[in-house]
Write a protein that binds this ligand. Structure first.
Ligand SMILES: [Zn+2]
Length: 176
């Protein structure tokens, strides 16, 4: 089957040791690597939270989160285990506008300015496999936008990380 894998926010600030470290994040990265290796001809699209230092979602600007995924810092980088699978044109950045919060990766843009949605139209997958961090926020919003746009979505649950175990379980029930 013609599939793509969308990896949401498997970047250092959301992984153990990062400023917004999520639960099951180390396991999610390892499981994602395995999933990609098991599907060698499947395009892998990476969504990356990528903020300016004064982003509106940070506490200093009245937002709910500590500073995270600031462009140019280690915290904004894709985990090293996944780096071998990164192709620059398939990396989509979101949250780049200081005044705009973007949980969904669907409107994220690559360096050429194409959105993830644009690139899916070109690839025409029968199924979009979504993995990443965190279930309740960026995974959820990305999945909802993908479905709204008409794509068939499968969530690889062992490749997810979450803020809160109950919120994770609740989100999976709602998305099902
Ligand atoms: Zn963010």
């Amino acid at each position: 089957m013609n599939r793509v894998i969308v990896v949401v926010d498997e970047i250092y600030d959301f992984i153990e040791g990062g400023s917004l470290a999520c639960q099951h994040s180390v396991e999610a990265v390892a499981a994602t690597k395995q999933l990609i290796e098991q599907n060698p001809d499947t395009p892998v699209l990476f969504v990356c939270d990528h903020h300016p230092a004064d982003h509106c979602s940070f506490a200093a600007q009245g937002g709910p989160w500590p500073p995270h995924c600031v462009a140019g810092t280690h915290g904004a980088e894709i985990h090293a285990l996944l780096q071998p699978f990164v192709q620059e044109e398939l990396v989509f950045y979101k949250g780049c506008d200081p005044a705009l919060e973007q949980y969904s990766g669907f409107e994220g843009r690559n360096e050429a300015g194409q959105t993830l949605g644009d690139v899916l139209e070109l690839l025409e997958p029968e199924e979009v496999v979504v993995v990443g961090i965190a279930t309740e926020y960026c995974v959820r919003n990305t999945v909802e936008d993908l479905r709204r746009a008409g794509w068939k979505v499968v969530i690889a649950e062992d490749c997810l990380g979450w803020v809160d175990a109950q919120g994770h379980a609740q989100t999976l029930r709602e998305l099902a």
